[in-house]
Design a protein around this ligand. Structure first.
Ligand code: GAL
Length: 426
C-alpha cells in the first residue's frame, strides 16, 4: 500500500486523531429518503476548480438521470467563504446533502461536533476499504468509523514559474533552497520583478507551511503539529525569520485577491514564482491553456524535494441531509474510478483511489502520480488545508498570522501559536 498506516503514524496524524473524544451531538432528525435531488456544497466555483467538479457532475448525471443536481459551490480559494456559510448552515441544522471537507483534523473537528454521519456501511457495502491507501482511511476514521469519501490527493509544496520568463531574467534554474531564493529575489528586484506573488491570508499560511517545511526538514515539520517541535525554539525562530525575508520579496502590499490572480502575475511576468498547491497546475493547463514544461513549469518548493506535503478533498453525508438516498449516490460517484478519473485530471490532483486509470494522468500529473506512489517519497500533511491542525488551532493560527505578516514579530507569533496549541488540542 503506497500510503501506509506506518507513514501516517510517522506523520503523527493517527495518534492525534485518536486522541479526539467521540461525537457528542445527536443526529439532526431531519434526514429523509430523498432520491430526487442532491445539493452538493463545495468551494469549487472558480476557474481551475469548477472544471473538475463539473466533469464529475456530468458523469453523475449520466448515471443518475432522475436526480436533480444542485451545485451549491461558493467561490473563494481554500474555502474561505464557503466554510463560513457552511458553519452557519450546520449550526442551524440546515445541512446540504453532501459537503467538501479536508481529510485529517479538519474532518475530525466536524465528526467531533456531530455534523457528519458514520458511512462505514457504504465502505463495507461497496467494498471501498481496500481501494484507498490505509493511511488515508485512517485520516477519515474516528473510533473505527469512517466519515467521508476522498476524491483526490493534492500536493501543497510546489513552486510555479514560467520557463521563458526565468530565461529572460537570466535565471538558469529555480531555487533549491530558501537561501537561494533570497539571492535570486535580490537580483530580480534590480530588474523590477517581484520574486513571489502572494494572495489572501490563506495563501500566506500556505507559504508559511512550506517555508517551515523547507527550512526545518520533514521530522521537525511533523513535530510542529504534534507538540514535539518547540514553536519557541531557535530553529523555528530562524525559519520564521526566513519567512519574513521571503515575504519582503513578495507583493504582499498589493496581494492578489485569490490564488488564480496570484498565478496570473507569474504568467504575465510581474512576478517570478508562486508557491501554491497543484490546483495551480489545473488552472494553468485548463483555463489558461498553457502547455506543461514549455508554457509553465513547477518544482518542489525550496528545501522540500522528495517530500509530498499532501491534502485530500473529501465529501460527507451530513446528519440530517434532506436527500440521503441521493447523497449516497453522490458519494458512490466520488468513490468511483470513473468519477475520480473525470475529476482529477482537470483539477490538477491525483486520484485518492489506488486502482484508477493511470493513462488519464499526463504531463505534470504523470510525474505527480509517480512521486505520490513512490515508497521513498516522504509524506507530510498540510496546515492550510486541514490535515495537521484542528479547526480551533487553525483559526488561532490565522489570527496570529494576520498580525505577524504586519508586525514581523517572530517571538510573539511563535508564542501565540504554541499557546493556542496547548489550549485547543483535543
Ligand atoms: C484547497 C482545496 C483544493 C483547492 C484549493 C484552492 O483547500 O483542497 O482542492 O480547491 O483549496 O481553492
Amino acid at each position: 500500500m503506497r500510503l501506509s498506516r506506518k507513514g501516517f503514524l510517522a506523520l503523527g496524524l493517527v495518534s492525534a486523531l485518536f486522541a479526539l473524544p467521540a461525537c457528542s451531538k445527536d443526529a439532526n432528525q431531519g434526514g429523509g429518503g430523498g432520491a430526487d435531488k442532491v445539493e452538493v456544497f463545495s468551494w469549487w466555483a472558480g476557474p481551475g476548480e469548477k472544471e473538475g467538479l463539473e466533469a464529475m457532475i456530468a458523469d453523475f448525471k449520466t448515471k443518475n438521470p432522475s436526480i436533480a443536481f444542485d451545485n451549491a459551490a461558493i467561490a473563494g480559494g481554500a474555502g474561505t467563504n464557503a466554510k463560513t456559510v457552511l458553519a452557519s448552515r450546520l449550526q442551524a441544522n440546515n445541512p446540504p446533502d453532501s459537503y467538501q471537507v479536508h481529510a485529517g483534523l479538519e474532518l475530525q473537528s466536524d465528526i467531533k461536533a456531530g455534523y457528519v454521519e458514520d458511512i462505514t456501511y457504504l465502505y463495507d457495502r461497496e467494498g471501498w476499504k481496500s481501494k484507498f491507501p490505509s493511511g488515508l482511511i485512517d485520516a477519515i476514521t474516528l473510533d473505527g468509523k469512517i466519515y467521508s469519501v476522498p476524491v483526490n490527493i493534492h500536493r501543497s509544496n510546489l513552486m510555479f514559474f514560467i520557463p521563458g520568463n526565468l530565461q529572460k531574467w537570466g535565471i538558469a534554474a529555480p531555487p533549491k533552497t530558501w537561501a537561494e531564493f533570497l539571492t535570486q529575489a535580490e537580483a530580480l528586484k534590480t530588474k523590477n520583478v517581484t520574486a513571489l506573488s502572494i494572495g489572501p491570508g490563506w495563501t500566506q499560511k500556505h507559504l508559511l507551511e512550506n517555508v517551515l517545511l523547507g527550512e526545518l526538514g520533514v521530522d521537525k515539520y511533523k513535530g510542529l503539529w504534534n507538540g514535539s517541535t518547540d514553536w519557541k525554539g531557535t530553529d523555528v525562530a530562524a525559519a520564521l525569520n526566513t519567512y519574513v525575508k521571503v515575504l519582503s520579496y513578495s507583493d504582499l502590499a498589493s496581494a492578489a485577491a485569490d490564488w488564480q490572480p496570484a498565478g496570473d502575475k507569474v504568467i504575465d511576468g510581474t512576478a517570478a514564482y508562486n508557491v501554491m498547491g497543484d490546483w495551480q497546475a489545473g488552472y494553468f493547463n485548463g483555463a489558461k491553456a498553457l502547455t506543461f514544461k514549455t508554457g509553465w513549469d513547477v518544482v518542489a518548493s525550496p528545501g522540500s524535494e522528495g517530500v509530498y506535503n499532501f491534502l485530500s478533498d473529501s465529501f460527507t453525508l451530513p446528519k440530517g441531509a434532506p436527500h440521503k438516498a441521493a447523497a449516497e449516490k453522490w458519494l458512490i460517484e466520488c468513490a468511483s474510478p470513473a468519477g475520480q478519473d473525470a475529476f482529477n485530471p482537470q483539477k490538477g490532483s491525483v486520484p485518492a483511489r489506488t486502482d484508477t486509470d493511470k493513462s488519464k494522468y499526463t504531463g505534470y500529473l504523470a510525474g505527480a502520480l509517480t512521486e505520490w506512489t513512490n515508497p521513498s517519497t516522504k509524506i507530510v500533511g498540510s496546515l492550510a488545508h486541514g490535515v495537521v491542525a484542528n479547526n480551533a488551532w487553525n483559526g488561532e493560527i490565522d489570527s496570529a498570522l494576520g498580525l505577524f505578516v504586519q508586525d514581523k514579530d517572530v517571538a510573539k507569533f511563535a508564542n501565540a501559536v504554541a499557546t493556542a496549541y496547548a489550549s485547543t488540542k483535543g
